[in-house]
Ligand binder design. Structure first.
Ligand SMILES: *Cc1c(COP(=O)(O)O)cnc(C)c1O
Length: 391
């Protein structure tokens, strides 16, 4: 949800934004105001008592023993790898269709992203493709991404990791509150990194992130590295960074965490409503609807359909005031920044085709039936127009 895709504004002049952050703020405004006043009165701006409380509350919510708040989600991923002393150049296997940060974090931690393809139905890391990537020399870990709000096939991936002797971590930036067969992110692996970027299901009012893990020692090391490698004031045992969660963000996150289960339920209701509104288009083969993998409790960070002529459909929708988007238009192995890794078009055909077809529709907990009906109508019209224009 990063960058220009997120609209901060409430519906203006009939526009339906991709994500409406202001209606969520309205629900927590009183608590946030009171919390901000408390922090401003205390002067504890970094790692204050609200940070400690939030870490405890988010660990409990996630079903993990520990949570360490950091400055953003990319840092969370980097620091969990560094805390585990990833060797220089270690290859970390991840899906090609993720937000670029998954790969950036591995490079920042001194490793090398090793991409793999996804399955065509759910667009989650494909264990067979991951197995090919893990067989290459230097493979050190798997880093599945719980894309769009549902968990990757963790049983098969954890089994692969165990069989091949590599570690496993999770990119949990898009799945706060999601479970698979009753277990949430962070409970399936060494550790998970998550993001509280404003547009995520649990979003701060700025950047924030966290590492969640059951491993006390790992949590302690992340905390140390994130605070200049220091376990005691002015004693620096290891080379660290500055990546701390600030107290004002923790106030926001605490207020929103109390509503997250309800907001995720509202997202599920809205996703089911889209399924109904778009059923005829799907039956006619004009659009493919997103699906929930068996065993998953989805939290619908993103509702992405797949359509032919996606770019034309997107332009048409945006022109009619629908803030549709694309997550993500270019798979990471084809991004110029990662050219040096030597991947080419054709390496991961499922991810590459999906990148041409996926289209994210507006979805947020408070989206109304009327707004969703307008999105569905506009999509039907845009698809008809695109068919007329198609060669
Ligand atoms: C948002 C996101 C991140 C990075 O989080 P930031 O807080 O923006 O640094 C990492 N991975 C995925 C899959 C994301 O969606």
């Amino acid at each position: 949800m990063n960058g220009a895709g997120v609209s901060g504004g409430s519906e203006r002049a009939g526009r339906i934004p991709l994500v409406d952050l202001l209606v969520s703020h309205a629900e927590v405004a009183a608590e946030v105001d009171a919390g901000f006043a408390r922090v401003l009165g205390s002067g504890a701006f970094v790692r204050g008592p609200d940070v400690v409380a939030f870490e405890r509350e988010f660990a409990a919510f996630s079903g993990t023993g520990h949570c360490v708040g950091v400055a953003n989600g990319t840092d969370a991923l980097e620091l969990m790898l560094r805390a585990d002393e990833m060797p220089p150049g270690a290859r970390v296997v991840m899906p090609a269709n993720t937000f670029v940060a998954t790969a950036e974090a591995v490079v920042r931690a001194g490793g090398t992203p090793a991409f793999a393809d996804v399955d065509d139905e759910f667009l989650l890391l494909d264990p067979a493709s991951a197995e090919r990537a893990v067989s290459a020399p230097g493979a050190w870990a798997l880093l599945p991404v719980h894309l769009n709000g549902q968990l990757a096939p963790m049983e098969a991936l954890a089994d692969l990791a165990a069989r091949t002797g590599v570690r496993i971590y999770e990119d949990a930036a898009q799945c706060q509150g999601a479970t698979r067969n009753g277990r949430g992110a962070g409970a399936w692996s060494r550790a998970a990194g998550t993001s509280f970027y404003p547009g995520k299901n649990l979003g701060a009012y700025g950047d924030a992130g966290a590492v969640i893990t059951d491993d006390r020692e790992l949590a302690g090391l992340v905390r140390e590295i994130a605070d200049h490698g220091s376990s005691r004031k002015y004693v620096h045992d290891r080379f660290g960074v500055n990546s701390r969660l600030d107290t004002l963000q923790a106030v926001v996150l605490r207020a929103k965490l109390r509503r997250l289960a309800d907001w995720n339920a509202a997202r599920r209701t809205a996703a089911a409503r889209y399924d109904g509104l778009l059923a005829d288009l799907a039956a006619d083969g004009l659009v493919r609807l997103p699906r929930t993998a068996p065993g998953n409790e989805h939290v619908w960070h993103i509702y992405a359909v797949r359509v032919p002529n996606r770019d034309a459909v997107l332009v048409d929708l945006n022109a009619s005031g629908i803030g549709a988007g694309v997550h993500y238009p270019v798979p990471v192995h084809l991004q110029p920044a990662f050219r040096e890794l030597g991947y080419a078009r054709g390496d991961f055909p499922v991810a590459e085709r999906a990148a041409q077809e996926i289209l994210t529709l507006p979805l947020f907990p408070q989206i109304t039936e009327e707004q969703q009906a307008r999105v569905a109508d506009a999509l039907a019209k845009a698809l008809a127009n695109a068919r007329k224009e198609a060669p």
